[in-house]
Design a protein around this ligand. Structure first.
Ligand code: EPU
Length: 341
């Protein structure tokens, strides 16, 4: 079924709750709808929206916003194929309840299944690409459905070819995730093991549900609930810099915080990853406001629509203040993770 709304208000369809409109909003509920649509007749450009949880509408959108509300799921023994419109956390909750390992560390990430494959969502040492077995999509160039091997998708940190060279070409309709009955807990990141210990969970007894519960606990402590306050999760990517540059950052941090101060960082194959949250915190931005926009006090990597009526310009103003201050202090240019539309 295809549903159309002209001049549609998008505030309930983006988690930042930006009050903007699009010329046309189209929702499809079946694959056939994509083939039956007269694409050339739609107001251009066409933007495919998942849960609207990773973008910032900066102004009214002149074209078509399309939501793929294909929500069926099909299970085989150790995998499940979910329609692109399935809420990603519903899939995580279902897998945990079935005792299946795979997505538990990705619990409570806002958004839908289709976006998980575009954005390569990640948290607590796991990324969507680690569990994606297959992707089904409508190819707008040929008008046909294709299966896409995730190995060809160019997956990286919060990115894929769907965001770059394939942008606008494929409309993802379903994703198949690999699951396992064999325990494979990943606990070595960001306080997961500690949270489990505090809950009384120990390794031989672990279940996906317990890990999910620990992750949900950590996220609820740090991150704003999108039902309560508008945001799009982490606003910036964590930058990777050279070892020499990192040494300069350490010197600056020690001048500020004392000679024994340790700068949080992760060594990666490309260099040293320094948490953007740390730099934003060091520059005193925790809780900073620009009109209705605010740097979230619990996790400064997140910008929130604190008043509920923040304008895109207020969010962008705060973003620019952060970028410029960090550039001046550390010589690092932060890049937004949130897509600006
Ligand atoms: N930190 C501070 N001050 C703070 C908060 C954090 O200095 O107020 C420092 C700490 O050293 C902390 C470090 O920043 O160890 C990293 O913080 P955290 O572990 O919360 O994770 P992150 O690197 O800020 C990333 C993802 C999150 C994901 C978490 C957990 C990105 C852009 N963000 O954040 O993803 O949930 O790791 O894996 O990679 C999202 O994409 O929307 C998202 C929330």
């Amino acid at each position: 079924m295809v549903t159309r709304y002209n001049n549609c208000d998008l505030s309930s369809r983006n988690t930042f709750r930006m009050k903007v409109k699009c010329a046309l909003y189209v929702e499809v509920t079946a694959e056939e709808d994509l083939q039956a649509l007269d694409w050339a007749a739609l107001p251009q450009p066409v933007l495919v929206l998942g849960g609207g949880s990773n973008l910032l509408f900066t102004k009214d959108f002149p074209g078509t916003v399309m939501h793929v509300a294909i929500c069926h799921s099909e299970r085989s023994e150790e995998s499940v194929t979910c329609g692109a419109g399935v809420v990603f956390d519903d899939f995580c909750a279902w897998a945990a309840a079935e005792g299946l390992w795979g997505p538990e560390n990705l619990s409570l990430i806002p958004g839908e299944v289709g976006a998980s494959a575009v954005q390569n969502i990640g948290a607590y040492g796991v990324e969507a690409k680690d569990i994606i077995a297959d992707i089904r999509a409508y190819d707008r160039e040929t008008g046909q459905f294709v299966q896409i091997d995730p190995a060809t998708c160019g997956y990286g940190y919060r990115t894929s070819k769907f965001k770059t060279e394939w942008k606008g070409r494929y409309v993802i309709t379903a994703v198949t995730y690999r699951l396992s009955r064999t325990p494979q807990p990943r606990l070595d990141y960001g306080g997961v093991r500690k949270a489990l210990e505090e809950m009384g969970g120990c390794e031989p007894m672990l279940t996906p549900s317990l890990v999910r519960e620990a992750i949900i606990g950590i996220r609820r402590q740090k991150l704003p609930a999108v039902e309560e306050v508008g945001s799009a999760g982490s606003f910036f990517c964590n930058p990777v810099i050279s070892r020499e540059h990192f040494e300069r950052i350490v010197a600056i941090a020690r001048a500020d915080n004392g000679p024994d101060y340790e700068v949080p960082h992760y060594d990666t194959p490309g260099g040293v990853k320094v948490p953007a949250a740390w730099m934003i915190d060091q520059c005193g931005f925790k809780g900073a406001r620009n009109g209705g926009a605010q740097v979230y006090p619990g996790q400064p990597l997140v910008i929130v629509n604190a008043s509920g009526t923040a304008s895109p310009q207020e969010i962008i103003g705060l973003e620019q203040q952060i970028i410029q201050t960090i550039e001046r202090k550390y010589g690092i240019t932060l890049h937004p993770e949130v897509e600006h539309v």
